[in-house]
Design a protein around this ligand. Structure first.
Ligand SMILES: [Fe+2]
Ligand SMILES: [Fe+2]
Length: 334
């Protein structure tokens, strides 16, 4: 219990800085881009020409590409899972003390969710317009994924959750950016722009979450270190860990999606290791002193982990055969 009380104290202390983080890392509604800025405007005739352009350009993109884009979109669309999970963290209080007064952590979660919600919206509309995928199958996958929820190994602990979100925001930044680069290479300008702009949001979110962790390190270094170690020992799972196609059991589509992402080079084990290195560097793990004995061991474990993982990664081969997904077996697919 004592442990948990210190966490709560730290969360309450850092809460006073959260409005500043919101101002620094999030963008007000009136200023930020919206999905329609990047999509054809169907209130105008020329919007239909752009739809044709999207459909033409989409013909150049390969099978694995569509699988990865679909799964990335579905991952974004499972946002209700992430919002409710984060809202449930210790120290986040969604019921204001008085009318109009919000706990700043709850405000962060809401505003972060508001920004994230635009990602799934954008990609969903793009996929629909592309004509290359079976939307109904994708919609079923999204509904299944929301039903199935996730379990990222953090419990209600904010320290573990902020390690997870720091890691995962950078992972999504990398994967959206890479999908954008592949789209651009095939001359698909509109999609490339969408992916790049989404990747930009993910970068801001990453910068915010890593700052939360850095701030917690200042208040409670040993416990923060142990939480970081625990998350890396468990491995950072993907938010879409439970993804399935219609008719499948829970999580059955995940491995094939992950293999497609690795084959394309959109998100690989080496990216995972790079993210860990970046977090170690930003949080200056190697410089941490005055830790408990356990936390010192955790620090040394974390510093040694990237090299250890690299040795293992070199031995793993990614299967080369594409699994056939219902998502991309669309009517009229050539
Ligand atoms: Fe996102
Ligand atoms: Fe994100």
């Amino acid at each position: 219990m004592a442990l948990s009380n210190i966490r709560l104290e730290v969360m309450n202390t850092v809460e006073k800085s959260v409005q500043g983080f919101i101002d620094k890392y999030l963008i007000p509604v009136e200023e930020i881009w919206q999905p329609t800025d990047l999509l054809p405007n169907l209130q105008q005739e020329e919007g239909f020409e752009q739809v044709h352009q999207i459909r033409e350009e989409a013909k150049e993109l390969g099978y694995d590409f569509w699988v990865v884009l679909v799964a990335d979109m579905v991952t974004e669309e499972a946002l209700p899972t992430y919002e409710s999970w984060l809202m449930d963290m210790e120290g986040v209080e969604q019921h204001g003390k008085s009318r109009g007064e919000q706990n700043s952590w709850a405000k962060w979660v809401r505003h972060w969710t508001g920004e994230e919600n635009r990602h799934g919206d954008t990609l969903n509309k793009y996929l629909y317009l592309s004509g290359r995928v079976n939307m109904k199958e994708i919609e079923k996958t999204t509904q299944h994924l929301i039903n199935d929820g996730f379990d990222i190994g953090t419990g209600r602990d904010p320290y573990r959750n902020f390690v997870y979100t720091s890691f995962q925001e950078l992972a999504t930044n990398i994967s959206h950016k890479r999908v954008g680069q592949l789209a651009k290479k095939k001359g698909n300008k509109m999609l490339a722009k969408m992916c790049n702009i989404i990747a930009g949001d993910e970068m801001r979110h990453y910068m915010a979450y890593r700052e939360f962790v850095k701030t917690i390190f200042e208040h409670d270094p040993s416990e923060m270190m142990l939480a970081f170690q625990d998350m890396m020992k468990k491995k950072i799972v993907m938010p879409a860990q439970f993804i399935r196609e219609s008719g499948q059991g829970i999580a059955e589509a995940f491995e094939n999606f992950s293999n497609a992402a690795q084959r394309l080079g959109v998100y690989t084990t080496h990216d995972y290791i790079d993210i860990l290195k970046k977090l170690n560097a930003y949080w200056e793990i190697d410089k941490m002193r005055e830790l408990s004995d356990d936390a010192e061991k955790a620090r040394d474990y974390l510093m040694a982990l990237p090299d250890r993982m690299t040795r293992i990664a070199e031995r793993i081969a990614v299967p080369q055969d594409s699994h056939k997904f219902k998502w991309v077996e669309a009517n009229g697919m050539v």
